[in-house]
Design a binder for this molecule. Structure first.
Ligand code: GDP
Length: 195
């Protein structure tokens, strides 16, 4: 899709504030600092429309970006920030679940992990939970530009193994710096939008 018009339409702090429309939704999940805002900005051709996190984990809202009146990009709050209390983490978990569990118009979940690191327990739990609920997540391996080209295959294998992914096509290495992976990802999203 060629994106010209994007509007941050809803910033929700509770499920009652989710938009009441039939637009399909594509959700972005991942731990704080993984590059979620940078990915969204790259996909919508903006430099800094989606917030970039100066205070990782502090913003506990689910943000709905209306893209060309065709769909919403749904930005889920980043998880795994060490300084957040246990209570706050539980609240976060419930809030995200309330979105992921009930949303009929949710068509695809993108789970972001840093390509340099093996996914941690939070990543794996979320991945398994997504699969358990009937979705086939696409894993976005971010910050691709931080690796030498010769290291990429090895790191992709580590991520595949951690999530027990069989299909190489379910992982898209991506760089917000070079925009590598952007066209491939848009092709995947377009086919979901058109289906
Ligand atoms: P968020 O917390 O998941 O929304 O992460 P951000 O998009 O705010 O990114 C966190 C930090 O990683 C920022 O300093 C970004 O500039 C940096 N970053 C994000 N994506 C990339 C990337 O593809 N390559 C590089 N080198 N840095 C990135």
């Amino acid at each position: 899709m060629i994106v010209n018009n994007v509007n941050l339409e809803v910033v929700s702090g509770s499920a009652s504030q989710f938009p009441d429309t039939n637009l399909l939704e594509i959700a972005f999940a991942g731990k704080s600092n993984v590059g979620k805002s940078s990915l969204i900005n790259a996909l919508i051709n903006r430099k800094s429309y989606a917030r970039t996190s100066s205070q990782p984990g502090k913003t506990q809202t689910i943000n709905f970006y209306n893209v060309e009146d065709k769909l919403y990009f749904v930005d889920l709050p980043g998880y795994g920030y060490a300084k957040v209390s246990k209570q706050e983490r539980e609240r976060w978990g419930k809030f995200i679940e309330s979105y992921l569990y009930e949303r009929q118009q949710l068509k695809q979940i993108l789970l972001l992990v840093d390509i340099r690191h093996e996914p941690n327990n939070n990543d794996k739990m979320l991945y398994d939970w997504i699969v358990y609920n009937g979705f086939a997540p696409i894993v976005i391996a971010t910050k691709l530009d931080k690796l030498k080209r010769s290291q990429v295959d090895k790191h992709v294998s580590v991520i595949k193994k951690a999530f027990n992914i069989k299909d190489r096509n379910r992982i898209v290495p991506f760089s917000a710096t070079t925009k590598q992976g952007k066209d491939e990802l848009w092709e995947m999203l377009d086919s979901i939008i058109d289906s």
